[in-house]
Design a protein around this ligand. Sequence first.
Ligand code: F6R
Length: 633
Amino acid sequence: MFFGMKIFIFVPNENKYINMCGIVGYIGKRQAWPVLVEGLRKLEYRGYDSAGVALVSAPGDMKVYKSVGKVADLERVVAGKDTSASTGIAHTRWATHGEPSTVNSHPHTSMDGRLALVHNGIIENYAILKQKLADKGYVFSSSTDTEVLVQLIDYIQTEGSLDLLTAVQLALKEVIGAYAIAVVDRDNPDVIIAARKSSPLVVGIGDDEYFLASDATPMVEYTNKVIYLSDGEIAVLRSGEQVRIVNLDNVECSHEAQTIAMNIGQLQKGGYPHFMIKEIFDQPECIADCMRGRLNADTCSVVLSAVNEHRERFVSASRFVIVACGTSWHAGLIGKQLIETMCRIPVEVEYASEFRYRNPVISPSDVVIAISQSGETADTLAAIELAHSRGAFVYGICNVVGSSIARATDAGSYIHVGPEIGVASTKAFTGQVAVLLMFALSLAKETGTISSEEYTSTVASLDAIPDKMRQVLKQNDYIAGMSRMFTYARNFIYLGRGYSFPIALEGALKLKEISYIHAEGYPAAEMKHGPIALIDADMPVVVIATRSPLYDKVLSNVQEIKARGGRVVAVVTEGDTVISSLADFSIQVPAVPECLDALVTSIPLQLMAYHIAVCRGLDVDRPRNLAKSVTVE
Ligand code: F6R
């Protein structure tokens, strides 16, 4: 068991993530509970594993209800209980610190039960603050960073006999990290204090009432007047009084309320028409979050706690065997090249579904790496069981905290890219590649198989990758226009070599999944061994042809395709003139070291698949016959 459960020990710098927890708050003249529970339901799209609410009905009377599972489970817990209150805060949690459990769910309360707080984000220095508070006699019941914050506010307020706002301001000055919070006081039902830094928080302004939420979806049915809090701002919400917004130094901040015109569906998708395109565009931030606290740009180093904690096991591995399915298997193919190149340890990549049934040769000196976004894929789970039965050590790379695979593995790293809603995997794929890169770099440092210059320059390039991804995304309009030309294509070939071969496979899979166009990925040099027979004007060929030692060989492939009347879409490095001049369409990506190529070249192919599917009028987020978690064989 692993991943923040039994064996996986979260160290503070490992707990980084794009946090998708949901916050809802209400203060006014209505009953708060129906507003809050409806609000939580509207935030369900963000993904969550538990939910909770705190209701303050009168001075000294606060009720806190929590449940693991769905909002409906929380409703079952609350059914028949006293919910009368006009002030309340509620939360859906996507586990990061500690497994999904009632005790780790929000709201968290101060030790005396006076303050309740919900939080979206990360308190990076929570371990230090927790120790300080423990030294003062504070006792903690959860493994969360959030409980530390509420206890800290309580401590500051009680010690200094301060009002709640001042205590929140002083506490937040001690906090390093990201947060959107809402706090209520059992002894004062007339106020909610809310604050944000790096995590979103919106105040909805009603008629003598206020709404609070992670985005505007929970409030659109009550008001279209909202204030988007800026970083470092605190909102003081009192029913019947003008909202007050101040900063941590208590300086007033002026805000004009905005009118929102979007419907709920648009709001949930951040204004994008589909989750898939939102998730494609989220990638620069997701990858930054995946690396935050692990990659230190100042010291040019990467620390993956799994590698630190199990150094001997990894360094002495005779072989790595990667097991995964689908897109995660493609990430595994990139992982193979990264680990073999940087660490000089042999790596095999297996479809989990084949591995589990073919009596593979696995020994206790092997390390099996299981890669899974959902952490629930049945074949990957079975492959882990098999590996364990042969005595192998299993390291997992998952997105969903506390998932079955996270619990079944001996060590692991979360990719921390937030819930992926679109069925076709996009940000989880680049997140998996980013973790594999950090794994290979950390391990290579330990095995001494990477020169310090290469290590330093690769870490620096990885640190800059979110900006490079942003540059690629700027070509969305061009890619959308080009994709229109392929609306009625019936087949596609994708070609790439080296690190680009798995990207060819992944590009083809994306297209198949959502546009239902038949597509095949091949290593470019394999074309002459068969697929070249297919080339004609009706067989578009996507070639990943970035600058690499094999560029000239890929150029020959492009010439062969053009000589047979084929249409070429080339993904090339910025400034390329040779392949670009031959190709019918060329998409430029910024120059990055070859081992980082996948992080930029996968994006145009995701965009292309998306736009072609949209042109074909298909349900991009829920393609036919596919499920987000494949929990059966
Ligand atoms: C493709 C896709 C699937 C998954 C595969 C494994 O876009 O999402 O191919 O990659 O079903 O799923 P996980 O990663 O959850 O084990």
